[in-house]
Design a protein around this ligand. Structure first.
Ligand code: NAP
Length: 337
């Protein structure tokens, strides 16, 4: 079976997902595209033999020849399309965020629970990164004893002028939040954010870097240095400290060169380079699950938790206080993940 995929939102990542669905992965074909920018969608459809342009996301979701949907439009539009996908009984791969407000995420949880089965996977691709997977395997195996701490850093070389301090939390650190929940199979109980000395490369009034402290309910503490003007490259770091050992992400890209008394290696230029394989593996896992008639990966619950945590993070950033994370009770549908 070939899964016939419709893609809503063909900006940067939408086009990248179309490329991987068409040229890299197996078992799927993009048959439909749409975007609020119809000219852009038409250009994409024209370049994609066998695909059809739809005037709206709703029309695409309803199309009989679309089996499953990729939502890669702007975040505030996700709720509408995810809800329509669930109503149509179609599998949805939704780029993060699941939705931009707690209430919108809760409407999606309610709809999926009412449908009685999972239909939504959220695009937290770090869970598919080989290094993070190796780290989680080590933590879960007990080889380093009970985990106590995690040190993480999320460094972007630079960001466009439209990028705000809030986006450091809900666009960048949201990935570290999801990693922490997944790494320790646990929820986040509270968030504190400190503002160190400001990087002079940051735009006027922009607090960069930030130090984000996540408290897991188990007591594990996760500190995340979130920098978006790190200049030298895109650098993702992580180390879990256990009772009897540590596990660390290794240097991410390429080979180490030793010459003339020095050693050096490449630092990725951006997130696409660093996580290119993770995106491939993530979307292949989704296609394989759709083909098998099941749902896999980060769930709507994970998307909800991420949005609730980033909201708490934004409050912590505004107030300088520790903000507790309060979530609704986890529905049974999401208990055996
Ligand atoms: P982008 O380049 O701005 O693309 C978004 C596209 O959606 C644009 O073509 C936009 O059109 C279109 N759009 C806006 N409103 C729409 C609507 N109502 N219906 C259909 N299309 C609509 O953004 P992007 O960087 O690709 O990001 C898209 C999503 O992917 C975001 O949620 C982002 O957070 C997520 N993302 C995730 C990762 C990751 O690491 N997993 C990485 C990058 C992006 P206009 O340009 O005309 O508004």
């Amino acid at each position: 079976m070939t899964v016939r995929v419709g893609v809503i939102g063909v900006g940067m990542i939408g086009q990248d997902h179309i490329r991987r669905l068409t040229h890299v992965l197996s078992g799927a074909r993009v048959v439909a595209v749409t975007d609020v920018d119809l000219d852009r969608a038409k250009t994409v459809a024209d370049d994609l033999p066998g695909s059809r342009l739809h005037q709206t996301g709703q029309e695409l979701i309803a199309a009989d020849d679309v089996d499953a949907i990729v939502v890669s439009s702007w975040g505030p539009t996700h709720e509408e399309y995810v809800l329509a996908g669930i109503a149509a009984g179609k599998q949805v791969f939704c780029e993060k965020p699941l939705a931009t407000t707690r209430e919108a995420c809760e409407r999606i949880l309610d709809a999926e629970v009412a449908a009685g089965r999972r239909l939504v996977m959220v695009g937290f691709m770090r869970r598919y990164d080989a290094q993070y997977r190796a780290m989680k395997e080590t933590v879960t195996s007990g080889d380093i004893g009970a985990p106590l701490l995690m040190h993480a850093a999320h460094r972007n070389p630079s960001v466009p002028p439209s990028f705000t301090s809030d986006m450091t939390i809900n666009d960048s650190t949201v990935h570290d939040i999801d990693v922490a929940r997944w790494m320790f199979d646990d929820e986040i109980a509270g968030i504190t954010i400190l503002k160190p000395r400001v990087n002079s490369n940051a735009a006027e009034g922009f607090n960069d870097p930030l130090m984000v402290l996540l408290e897991m309910t188990s007591g594990v503490l996760v500190d995340v240095e979130a920098s978006v003007n790190a200049a030298y490259g895109y650098d993702i770091r992580g180390e879990v400290v256990g009772e009897s050992g540590t596990v660390e992400l290794s240097e991410s890209a390429g080979a180490i060169v030793k010459r003339a008394g020095q050693h050096s290696g490449r630092v990725p230029g951006d997130w696409r380079e660093r996580f290119v394989r993770a995106f491939d593996i993530e979307l292949q896992a989704w296609i394989d699950a759709v083909t098998a008639g099941t749902t896999t990966g980060p769930s709507a619950w994970d998307g909800y938790a991420a949005t609730v945590c980033t909201d708490a993070g934004l409050e912590a950033l505004r107030t300088g206080q520790r903000v507790p994370v309060k979530m609704r009770e986890r529905p049974d549908l999401y208990k055996a993940q």
